[in-house]
Ligand binder design. Structure first.
Ligand code: HEM
Length: 517
């Protein structure tokens, strides 16, 4: 129903009309309509935004600020804050219109503080800071190793090993808890899982993050990621002169230094190993890093920063999504039982799921999709359309307009999803499928606009780790279900999300893992 209203034609029409100024002809029988401009957009004043962020506590609830502003101004509005002048779009139709006009080399947002740090240290810019052809060059080196299904399948054995470590870790933590079942702060444990998993793929090295005596470097890395993401939001708002008085810039630089040092150390170690192999006349065996180092398409400095950035993309995202999935499964036994039935019928007797098996687990996939709809870890994304003028919703925008894609508001919209705050994986099953739930057959329940929930983004700039993330999450969740039934801790409070660059659990999630043996 909604999908039918979505017209891919507008951007094409827009592209043609732009050359003739801010006018658009809807069809041959209708007079040309004057397009509105940036100045015509509704939106809060500077002081209102400051009031919401600092007095009303939205600084850690930016996802809810999207919903509040959408309810006040409609699906498109302008907001100004610090150095930002944003056009916010918060409906699937308008998000689609922006993405379809993003140009050949889409650009998310300028990160002057990241760029400045890289300049300070003489490092390469990397995937997030580079633009245009340079970004494309790096991305085209990564895509074959991270987005081709055949390549991603090759990472399955090592991910199974890491999941084995996770299961042992859960056992250890249960055995230490007073009720022999509770694992405190599940997100922190899954963070170590995410870190170990992505390191095993990228550095071709096991770090041992899930061991009791995890290397100190690893723990320091985890703190540095947290510091860098938190400080990044602060540093970008502060004027340069404040750096000599306030501690934030110095701490931001220190956090990046830690991250870079560790990535460099791991890559150098692996490089020494590969060089020794080659010197012995043996073929260089390995996957991701060996490919990057031997392809000669990136400089050494680019390899350091690119691997680090891919790693940063791959830790918080999968771990938080898995944490929320377990949180809801623990609270909804109907969903958990159904998931367990699916996993145990496809893989009886705790057989290790293969990727073929995963393709038969539609409910498992629906659980992850629904988790990402309720908690899109990238709750708001950006498009800085620098090459083209853009028309969205009959507004004309000049080149260099910064758009904010309000994904959280879009995927929590009642017009798009019936009872949007409920966790209902059935929404994602096809209507006719035997596993769909007849009782949910509300009109529009199974039909969503294709841009209503796009947690990984869409198009050439979409998440480069999507396939790896899905593989990790599907394998980990199916194996956790084979071993445990999860329940909330007795008297556990409701956990609300908060924003810290990403959307994350606001308080620890403690769960009871009951053995299914
Ligand atoms: C639940 C898991 C994940 C979610 C929801 C997610 C989401 C996203 C989103 C929304 C973007 C921006 C896309 C755009 O601008 O259109 C992105 C970019 C990115 N993601 Fe992910 N991601 C996840 C996991 C991963 C993993 C596992 C990796 C690493 C293997 C990764 C690496 C990256 C990188 C490097 C970028 C930047 C790509 C570029 O700028 O070209 N992500 N991700």
């Amino acid at each position: 129903m909604v999908a039918a209203a979505w017209s891919p034609c507008l951007p094409r029409l827009a592209a043609r009309t732009l050359r003739h100024g801010p006018w658009i002809k809807r069809n041959l029988n209708v007079q040309a309509v004057k397009l509105r401009s940036l100045e015509d957009l509704p939106g809060p004043s500077w002081s209102t935004t400051l009031y919401w962020i600092f007095a009303k506590g939205y600084s850690e609830k930016k996802h809810l600020l999207q919903c509040l502003q959408k309810s006040l101004y409609g699906p498109i509005w302008r907001s100004r804050f610090g150095p930002f002048d944003l056009v916010n779009v918060a409906s699937p139709e308008l998000i689609a219109q922006v993405i379809q006009q993003e140009g050949q080399y889409p650009f998310r947002v300028e990160l002057p503080h990241w760029k400045e740090y890289r300049d300070l240290r003489g490092q390469a810019y990397g995937l997030h800071v580079e633009t245009g052809l340079e970004w494309h060059r790096i991305r085209s080196v990564l895509n074959p190793k991270l987005l081709k299904m055949r390549e991603v399948l090759a990472y399955t054995p090592v991910i199974h090993q890491v999941i084995g470590d996770l299961l042992q870790r859960v056992e250890l933590l249960r055995s230490r808890s007073p009720d022999q079942a509770t694992v405190p702060d599940v997100a922190a444990e899954l963070y170590k899982f995410g870190f170990e998993g992505i390191s095993a793929i990228l550095f071709e090295t096991r770090l041992g993050c899930l061991q009791d005596d995890a290397p100190k470097d690893t723990l320091r890395f985890i703190t540095a990621v947290n510091d860098m993401l938190t400080l990044s939001e602060i540093v970008v708002l502060l004027p340069r002169w404040s750096r000599s008085i306030l501690p934030f810039w110095g701490r931001f630089v220190q956090a990046w230094d830690h991250l870079y040092d560790m990535a460099q150390k791991l890559i150098d170690r692996r490089m020494a190993y590969i060089t020794a192999q080659v010197n012995r006349g043996e073929p260089a065996e390995g996957s991701f890093l060996t490919y990057l180092l031997s392809s000669d398409r990136l400089s050494q400095s680019e390899v350091y920063i690119t691997v680090l950035e891919v790693m940063l993309g791959g830790v918080d995202t999968t771990s938080n999504t898995l944490s929320w999935a377990l949180y809801h499964l623990a609270r909804d036994h109907r969903v958990q039982d159904r998931l367990y039935d699916e996993v145990s019928s496809v893989c009886p007797d705790r057989q290790l799921p293969t990727t073929d098996d995963l393709s038969k687990m539609s409910y498992l996939k629906a659980v992850i999709k629904e988790t990402l709809r309720l908690y899109p870890v990238v709750f708001g994304n950006g498009r800085f359309v620098s090459e083209n003028e853009v028309i969205v919703n009959n507004y004309w925008f000049p080149k260099k307009t910064q758009f904010h894609l309000c994904h959280y508001a879009a995927c929590h919209d009642e017009a798009e999803f019936v009872n949007p705050e409920d966790f209902v994986p059935e929404r994602w099953l096809s209507l006719g499928s035997p596993s769909s739930h007849a009782g949910r057959a509300t009109p529009g329940f199974y039909q969503h606009h294709p841009y209503s929930s796009i947690p990984f983004g869409v198009g050439v700039r979409a998440c480069v780790g999507k396939r790896v993330a899905e593989m990790e999450m599907h394998l980990a969740l199916s194996r956790l279900m084979q071993h445990y039934k999860v329940e909330p801790e007795h008297g556990a409070p409701v956990v609300q999300p908060k924003t810290r660059t990403l959307l994350i659990p606001g308080t620890p999630i403690n769960l009871r893992f009951l053995s299914r043996a």
